[in-house]
Design a protein around this ligand. Structure first.
Ligand SMILES: [Zn+2]
Length: 83
């Protein structure tokens, strides 16, 4: 027996050192928050630096533990999404 859960996430790239980060899309696309790169300490805008946005599907077992993660679908980086 397995269940599913979904998480809307955005991939962000540091404009300076090119390191990638993944964060919840509400934080990136809706709020458009600034973050500081953990490697080079450049502060940048997550929304402007987003390279991708996906709906992540998590397969969960009877004990509530995540077994697998996969891309359910690719979302627009700019538009607000409604489920
Ligand atoms: Zn950086």
């Amino acid at each position: 027996m397995s269940a599913k859960a979904w998480l809307d996430i955005s991939v962000i790239q540091c404009p300076n050192c090119k390191r990638y980060y993944a964060d919840a899309s509400w934080y990136v696309a809706e709020i458009g928050a600034d973050i500081e790169c953990g490697i080079c300490h450049t502060t940048f805008n997550t929304k402007k630096s987003a390279t991708d946005r996906i709906m992540l599907s998590l397969k969960i077992n009877a004990e509530g533990k995540v077994q697998e993660a996969e891309i359910a679908r690719r979302l627009s980086k700019r538009k607000r999404q409604h489920k």
